[in-house]
Design a protein around this ligand. Structure first.
Ligand code: ATP
Length: 556
C-alpha cells in the first residue's frame, strides 16, 4: 500500500486510462480545509494518479493548481465529486468519491444497446451534469461512455460524469510539443478536429455521439484509422438506424450538427430528451406523442456558449498522427496522438493512412489557405525528403565540435507549487521558471509551415542556451583546415603500387641508356667479346694508361 500525501493510502488499481491510473484507496486521516471533503479515517475513496509525464509538466501542474477551486466546487448528483487534489513532489492525484459500479462503456459491452426510452433518460441526466458544469464555466471535452460511471445506490441506475478538466489538464503545450495530444477520435467534434475555437457545444456533440451509441451499440463514425474517423466527423452525415424513433433521431441529428451554433444548449437537450422519452414510451398519451413529435422546437441553441480557453500551442488533431493509426479501436481508451512536430521515430507514415481531402465547409478558412489535411500531408512529405550529400564546413560539423557542458542551474520551485497546500517532498527533474516558459515555447501555426532547411547546418539553439552567460567566453579555436591526404581526391585501390612500379621502370631505362652511351659497351658488343674478356681488357687498358702516365712523369 502506497501513501499519497499524508492523508491517503492506495490499495488496489481499479483501471488505467490514457491520463493515469485510478486506485481504490483509503483515507488515513481527515483532509485539511483546502479539500472539498475532509473525509473520515478509514473511508474508501477513488484516487486518479496522473501519469508521470503530466505530473512532470510545469504547465499541467500550474493549471492543476489554478483550476483546483473550479474542480472542487463542481458538485451535482450526476458528477463524480472531486474531494481533494494532491500535489506531492512529482505526483499529481485527484481524490474522488468511489463509485461502486461499471462505467457505461463496459456496461454496453456486457449488456448491449439500451432501449430508446432508457437511452434518452440516461442521456438527459448526463445533459443535466453538462448544464451545471457549463454554467460554472467548465467544458468537459472528453465525453464518452468510458467517462460515465454507473452508480446504483437504490437499484436505479444513475450516470455519473467523471474526468472533468482532465482533457484540459493534458492539453499542455509543453506536453503536446514533445509528446502527445489527448483526445478520443470517435467523440471529437468537427471544430476540434479542424483546430477551430471550441465552446461548450463540443460536449453537446459528444452527448449526441454517446446517445447514438447507447441505442445502436456503436458510435456513428467508427472503423478505419483514427484520421479516417476525424475525416468522417468533418464530412459525413450520420444515417438514421431503423431502430431509432423519429423524435429521438431529431435530437441526435441536432446534437451532431457540424455547425456548433445549431446544437442545443445542455439544458434544452435535457428537456428535449425527457419530452421524447415520454412521447415514445408505450403508455404515452396523445399529448405526449405530439410533444415528442415537435421536439425540434425545444432544441434552441445556447445564446452564450462557454468558450474553451485557447492554450497556445496545444495540439491540433489535424496536425497529429495517431500512434494507433493502423489499428484504431473506436471503443478503446482516450487515444493519445503524438504531435507531428515531435520526434517521430518509429511512427507510421501518415501519407499511408490519410484519407482524401474532404470538402471544405462553407465559411471556414479562406480557400487560398491550405487545408489542415494538406498541411499535414506536406509536413509528412518534407519529413521524408531524400538525404542530400554535400560538403560540410569542419567548423560546422557537429561531430567535430567539442561538447559543451550544460551548466547546472540551482533547482527552482514554481511559485504556484510552493504556495500549494501540499509541500513538494522531492525536487522536480524539470526546470520551470515561470518567467522563462512563455518565451521558450514557440507555437507553430500550421498554415505557416516552413519546410526544414537541409542545405545548411543550423547551430542548435539548445547548445547556445546551455552556454553559461556570466562566465568569460573561451577564445574560439580557429577551425582546422581539412587535412589533405592526397592530391588526387579519388582513391583508386593499388594506385600507389602502380606509381612505384612505373617510377622504377623509368629509372632503369635512364640508367641503361647512360651505361649504353657513356661506356664502351656497344664497341665491345660490336667486337663480339665476352663480358669477362671485355672487362679484363678494360682493366688492362686502364693499368697500362696509369703506368704510361707514371713513366712519362718520371722521364720528363
Ligand atoms: N471515481 C471512481 N470510482 C470507481 N471507479 C472509477 C472511478 N473513476 C474511474 N474509475 C474506473 O477506473 C478506470 C480507469 O478510469 P480512467 O478515467 O482513468 O479511464 P478511462 O476513462 O477509461 O480512460 P481515459 O483516461 O482514456 O478517459 C475505469 O475503468 C473506471 O471505471
Amino acid at each position: 500500500m502506497r501513501p499519497v500525501g499524508s492523508k491517503y493510502l492506495l490499495e488496489e488499481p481499479l483501471g488505467r486510462g490514457a491520463t493515469g491510473t485510478v486506485w481504490r484507496a483509503s483515507q488515513r486521516e481527515a483532509a485539511g480545509a483546502e479539500a472539498a471533503v475532509a473525509g473520515r479515517p478509514g473511508e474508501t475513496v477513488a484516487i486518479k494518479v496522473l501519469k508521470e509525464e503530466l505530473a512532470n509538466d510545469a504547465d499541467v501542474v500550474m493549471r492543476f493548481l489554478r483550476e483546483r477551486s473550479v474542480l472542487l466546487r463542481l458538485t451535482h448528483p450526476n458528477i463524480v465529486r472531486t474531494r481533494d487534489l494532491v500535489v506531492e513532489g512529482d505526483l499529481l492525484a485527484l481524490v474522488m468519491d468511489l463509485i461502486d459500479g461499471p462505467d457505461l462503456h463496459r456496461y454496453l459491452r456486457d449488456n448491449g444497446p439500451l432501449t430508446p426510452v432508457a437511452a434518452a433518460l440516461l442521456t438527459a441526466q448526463i445533459a443535466d451534469a453538462l448544464a451545471a458544469s457549463h454554467a460554472d464555466g467548465v467544458v468537459h471535452r472528453d465525453l464518452k461512455p468510458a467517462n460515465v460511471l454507473l452508480a446504483d445506490p437504490d437499484g436505479a441506475m444513475r450516470p455519473m460524469l467523471t474526468d472533468f478538466g482532465i482533457a484540459r489538464l493534458a492539453d499542455s503545450p509543453g506536453l503536446t510539443r514533445t509528446h502527445e495530444f489527448v483526445g478520443t477520435p470517435a467523440y471529437v467534434a468537427p471544430e476540434s478536429a479542424e483546430g477551430r475555437p471550441q465552446t461548450s457545444a463540443v460536449d453537446i456533440y459528444g452527448a449526441g455521439i454517446l446517445l447514438y451509441e447507447l441505442v445502436t451499440g456503436r458510435p456513428p463514425f467508427a472503423g478505419g484509422t483514427a484520421l479516417e474517423v476525424l475525416h468522417r466527423h468533418l464530412s459525413e452525415e450520420p444515417r438514421r438506424p431503423s431502430t431509432v424513433p423519429e423524435p429521438l433521431w431529431t435530437v441526435i441529428e441536432r446534437c451532431l450538427s457540424k455547425d456548433p451554433d445549431r446544437r442545443p444548449s445542455a439544458e434544452n437537450l435535457a428537456r428535449a430528451l425527457r419530452t421524447v422519452a415520454e412521447g415514445i414510451g408505450v403508455h404515452a398519451s396523445a399529448a405526449q406523442i405530439a410533444a415528442a413529435d415537435g421536439v425540434a422546437a425545444l432544441l434552441a441553441p445556447d445564446p452564450a456558449p462557454t468558450a474553451v480557453p485557447e492554450i497556445p500551442g496545444a495540439a491540433d488533431p489535424t496536425q497529429v498522427l495517431p500512434s494507433n493509426a493502423g489499428s484504431y479501436d473506436p471503443n478503446g481508451a482516450t487515444s493519445v496522438l503524438p504531435h507531428s512536430g515531435g520526434p517521430g521515430a518509429g511512427q507510421a507514415d501518415p501519407t499511408a493512412v490519410l484519407p482524401p481531402v474532404p470538402p471544405r465547409p462553407a465559411g471556414d478558412p479562406r480557400p487560398e489557405d491550405p487545408h489542415p489535411w494538406q498541411s499535414q500531408l506536406r509536413a509528412a512529405r518534407d519529413r521524408n525528403e531524400q538525404t542530400q550529400v554535400q560538403y560540410l564546413d569542419p567548423s560546422e560539423d557537429p561531430l567535430r565540435r567539442r561538447p559543451q557542458r550544460r551548466q547546472q542551474q540551482p533547482p527552482q520551485q514554481p511559485r504556484d507549487r510552493q504556495q500549494g497546500y501540499q509541500q513538494p517532498q522531492r525536487q522536480q527533474p524539470q526546470q520551470y521558471g515561470q518567467q522563462q516558459r512563455p518565451q521558450q515555447y514557440q507555437p507553430q501555426p500550421q498554415q505557416q509551415y516552413q519546410p526544414p532547411q537541409r542545405q545548411q547546418y543550423q547551430p542548435q539553439p539548445q547548445q547556445q542556451a546551455y552556454a553559461p552567460p556570466q562566465q568569460p567566453q573561451q577564445p574560439q579555436r580557429a577551425p582546422r583546415e581539412p587535412r589533405q591526404r592526397s592530391a588526387n581526391p579519388m582513391k583508386i585501390p593499388g594506385l600507389g603500387c602502380l606509381k612505384g612500379c612505373l617510377f622504377t621502370l623509368v629509372l632503369l631505362f635512364v640508367a641503361s641508356w647512360l651505361i649504353w652511351e657513356l661506356t664502351p659497351l656497344k664497341d665491345w658488343i660490336g667486337q663480339g667479346q665476352s663480358y669477362w674478356h671485355a672487362i679484363t681488357d678494360a682493366v688492362t687498358t686502364v693499368k697500362d694508361w696509369i703506368s704510361d702516365l707514371g713513366g712519362s712523369g718520371s722521364g720528363g
